[in-house]
Write a new protein. Sequence first.
Length: 347
Amino acid sequence: MASFQKDAPRLAQDWGINLPGVTHYVGERGNAYDAAPAFGAVTAPNSGIPAVINTMVDPQLIRQLVTPTKSEEIYGSQKKGDRAIKTVMFPVIEASGYAVAYGDYEQAGDSSANANWVNRQSFTFQTWAKYGDLESEMMGMGSIDWVAEQRTAGASVLEKQQNLLNLFGISGLENYGALNDPALPAAITASVKTGTATSWSSTSDPNLIYPDIVTLFAALNKAMMGNITNQTRLKLVLPSELSQVMAYTNQFGITLEDMLKKAWPNMEIVFLPEAGVTMSGGYTSANVMQMFVPEVDGVETVTTAFTERLTMHRLEQYSTNARQKMSRGGWGTIWKRPMAVAQMVGI
C-alpha cells in the first residue's frame, strides 16, 4: 500500500506539490465496510472563515463636523471684479451747504456736493488637491471616491479661508472684516450683571440682559440721526455660544426672545460662531454683539465681496499621481455705512 509519508518528499521535489497539514492517504487507514465508514480530517483543524468575508463597509460617509461658515449668510455677498483686479474704489457722495433768508438782491447761501473714494484691496489664496493612482484604487475598494473627496476637501479649505477673510480681513492690506473694520464705531461695554461680571453667562435672568440690547439700540438710533425706529428692519448678531440666552425666562414666563420680538418686531436675530471667544479659535478676544440696519435709503449697509468663488487650475498629471491647484479671492467685508451699526463687548 502506498504511503503518503514516503511519497510526500518526491511530490514536493519532483512536482512542486506541497500539502502542509496532510498526513496520509485516505486508504492508509482501515475502514470497517460493514458499517458507515468514518473518515478523519487530513488537513489542519478548521479556524473559521477569514474575517473579511463577514465584514462590510457602510456606504454612508460620515464627515467630520467643522464650524459653519456664516459670514455671507449674515452680511450678504457680492461679486466685484475678478482675480486680475487688485483694488476697488467705492465712491462716497456727501451734500453740503447752507441757506439764508431770501432777498431779491441777497447773494448769500451756497450748496455743493463732496466726492470721495474709499479703497479696498483683494486677497487671492490657494490650496492643492493631490491623489495617487494606487491610493485612489485602494480607497475605491472601500467605496470612497478619493479624487472627488480630495477636491471636496480643497473647496472646504477655501470656503473656511474666505469666511475668515470676510470676518477679520487680512493684515497688511486694505482688506478688513465684518468684526474688525477700523471704520466701525467704538464698541460699548455691557452692563454689570452680578458682582463685577458683565457676561450674559453670569446670569439666567433675561431682565438683566434685555437692557444691554436697549442700550445698543439707543446708540444705533443716535448715530442714525432719526433714520430708524423700533419698526425698522434690523439684524442682531450674537455669538453662537450664547444662543441659549434666548430661552432665559423671567418670573412671568416670558423669554428674552419674546421680549425682543415685542420691542423690535422686524429685528432678525442671527448667531455667528466667530463673534464669541470659545468658537472663534482665538481670533476674537471678547464676546461681541452687533446691531445694524441692513439697508438705508435703498443702499445696503454691508456686504462681503469676492473676486472668484472657485478657480480649478490645470490638472498636473505625473507618472503615478496627479495634483490640481484650486484658488479663490475676496475683498473682505465692506461696511458702506459704518454709522448704521453699533457694537457691544463683554456680553
